[in-house]
Design a protein around this ligand. Structure first.
Ligand code: SAM
Ligand code: SF4
Length: 342
């Protein structure tokens, strides 16, 4: 009887102190990347020692522990998830939760550099939708933004994903003086190819050796400018993420806006993030975190891990408070997006 009660308690869904059920986990599977996007990384990054990074088996255990507690959507991110050696072993293994009906969606956020190689395999594992980050269609600008990226390779990756039947959403970071003039063209292209486009406001995360204020372009301005050229209809579409969507009448496609700096989307936050070292961040915009690696490694059973997750969720904050510090021009948070997983 006692055992049954404990089992029932363990399977209880994760609900935070504000009544929000945690059903979405984003897991960064590596801090490494084959690009060096100017808003994300410094050109010369020091990456984590291998021993600090969770093995593929540990990542599987961690994800499965969350799924056992009611998480329905899992996004693999990074760094660049598809440069992690053996990543498809993890995807294939996690796909058992899709087959079992325990997970609704397994998805990936990628720079698409390796997508030509992996698109078909991702689709075969039950991945249905992916997010591809692409800020410009100009090869020179692309190289300037990503420092090391090759636009052609990315476009081939997107083509392969579409041929494999994956729905692709393009994420573009709006960058002042870099791609702001090109956003209408990016929108027409994405919608013409049957892809949604989400524009992301640049966030003050991590020391990157660039001036944040130089990059910052408020999405209120982006939206107002797009509204001069396109008809933007409010729609009720939500993907479980923080984006607010409109339909563009002229193209028939969806356009999303993620505005962490100018709007609060915290009330409906259903997500947490785990880094590749097993650090759980309850909020993208707060420093508070919980170490899940120690409990994961301390025991082959999941009791300690489950207890650590439970304790952490009681600390999920109500919201965040991003600011670009205009006097000191320092990031509001010291960690990089490539660590937390965007
Ligand atoms: N490498 C993959 C990619 O680029 O899609 C996944 C990880 S990347 C950190 C996830 C997303 O975070 C990308 O869409 C990227 O553009 C975005 N990102 C990185 N740094 C950012 C920042 N400072 N502000 C806003 N978005 C950022
Ligand atoms: Fe790499 Fe993605 Fe960061 Fe660009 S945004 S450096 S592709 S992790």
């Amino acid at each position: 009887m006692e055992f049954g009660r404990v089992a029932a308690l363990k399977a209880a869904p994760l609900v935070d102190p504000f009544g929000r059920a945690i059903t979405y986990v984003r897991v960064s599977v590596t801090d490494r990347c084959d690009f060096r996007c100017v808003y994300c990384m410094a050109e010369h990054m020091t990456f984590l020692p291998k021993a600090d990074v969770l093995s593929l088996e540990e990542l599987d255990r961690l994800c499965s522990a969350f799924i056992a507690r009611g998480v329905r959507k899992l996004r693999l991110t990074g760094g660049e998830p598809l440069v992690r050696r053996g990543i498809m072993t993890l995807v294939a293994s996690l796909s058992r939760h899709l087959a079992a009906g325990a997970l609704d969606e397994l998805t990936v956020t990628t720079n698409a550099s390796q997508l030509e190689k992996y698109a078909a395999e991702l689709a075969a594992c039950g991945v249905r939708r992916i997010n591809v980050s692409l800020d410009t269609l100009d090869p020179d600008k692309f190289r300037a933004i990503t420092r090391w990226g090759e636009l052609d390779q990315v476009l081939r990756g997107i083509g392969a994903a579409q041929r494999a039947g994956l729905a692709v959403k393009i994420n573009a970071v709006a960058l002042k003086g870099v791609n702001e003039e090109e956003l209408p063209q990016l929108l027409t292209w994405a919608h013409g190819e049957g892809m949604d486009l989400t524009v992301i406001e640049v966030m003050p995360l991590g020391e990157i050796g660039e001036m944040r204020l130089d990059q910052y372009l408020p999405l209120s301005l982006v939206r107002a400018r797009l509204a001069e050229r396109f008809t933007l209809e409010e729609i009720d579409y939500r993907t479980g993420g923080p984006a607010r969507y409109v339909r563009v009448t002229e193209t028939g496609g969806r356009l999303g806006f993620i505005t962490p700096l100018t709007h609060n989307f915290c009330e409906s936050c259903n997500r947490v993030r785990v880094t590749c070292t097993g650090t759980l961040f309850m909020c993208l915009g707060q420093e508070d975190a919980a170490d899940l690696r120690a409990p994961l490694r301390a025991s082959e059973a999941n009791d300690l891990l489950d207890a650590a997750i439970d304790e952490a969720i009681t600390r999920k904050p109500k919201g965040h408070d991003f600011i670009i510090d205009r006097r000191r021009q320092r990031p509001a948070l010291a960690r990089h997006m490539s660590v937390t997983g965007g």
